[in-house]
Design a protein around this ligand. Structure first.
Ligand code: SF4
Ligand code: SF4
Length: 242
């Protein structure tokens, strides 16, 4: 049985909720995997010890994880966060950056610290800045279908389906609306289909004269517009066909 873990870093649990939104498909997935760690759903790997009237709760990320679904970014000012992400990499065959915060930082890119009760917590980075990531799925949250398809492809070893997600893991850590500007519009590849505008969950893109206009002040750096654009991988696809 494939051992799957959900690792919660500096995220909002929205990615896990998106996965749970699959309803009966989630039951199919759970029938095909062993969920070995998911703090939101299970505490069986948590160790609680009592010493000198103190209760110590230790999270134990298990060994031999096949697929780790990591949600949220890493707070560089929080050693627990750093320990968790390093342990996850050490213990996992495939690490998936699930959602914008893990993949590209997302809204946590705007964190500047100065808030109670941890004003020193100011720097949040995508997990790929700290560890090697195998697959990255952008979105805030990623759609239910995209999560299910990615998990099923990973379970089935469908490398062709997974290829774009492996690419995003390597190059997508600084995602923003500028991805479609630099990678598509400025390359004369935009065909004005409007997919990026439809995909943007905060409506930071509108179409003007058939071309996307990115309102960067609204962009939450989720990376979806670039990932969804049918032209962003166009040169590579053509190269492959040739
Ligand atoms: S999705 Fe890509 S091709 Fe379509 S309008 Fe947006 S940038 Fe252009
Ligand atoms: S423009 Fe929209 S879809 Fe693109 S990265 Fe920003 S928030 Fe995400």
């Amino acid at each position: 049985m494939v051992r799957v873990a959900h690792i919660h870093m500096s995220g909002c649990t929205g990615c896990l909720i998106s996965l749970a939104d699959t309803y009966e498909k989630l039951l199919d997935i759970l029938g095909a995997v062993e969920l070995v760690y998911a703090l939101t759903l299970s505490d069986e790997k948590t160790e609680i010890t009592e010493t000198n009237d103190k209760i110590l709760i230790e999270r134990k990320i298990p060994e031999n994880i096949d697929i780790a679904l990591v949600e949220g970014s890493v707070c560089l000012d929080d050693h627990h966060s750093l320990d968790d992400i390093l342990t996850t990499r050490k213990n996992s065959k495939i690490v998936v950056a699930l959602g914008a915060c893990a993949a590209s930082g997302g809204v946590t890119r705007f964190a500047r610290g100065g808030q109670m009760s941890q004003p020193s917590h100011s720097a949040f980075v995508p997990i790929g800045d700290v560890i090697k990531v195998d697959l990255a799925l952008p979105g805030c949250p990623p759609s239910t279908e995209s999560i299910v398809n990615l998990i099923m492809a990973a379970l089935n070893g469908d490398m062709e389906y997974l290829e774009p997600f492996a690419e995003i893991a390597k190059y997508g850590k600084d995602a923003c609306g500028c991805d479609v500007i630099k990678g598509v519009i400025d390359m004369s590849l935009c065909m004005g289909c409007g997919t990026c505008a439809s995909a943007c969950q905060v409506k930071a893109i509108d179409m003007i004269d058939g071309k996307p206009n990115i309102m960067t002040e609204f962009c939450i750096k989720c990376g979806v517009c670039g990932a969804q654009c049918p032209r962003i991988r166009f040169p590579k696809v053509v190269q492959k066909i040739e």
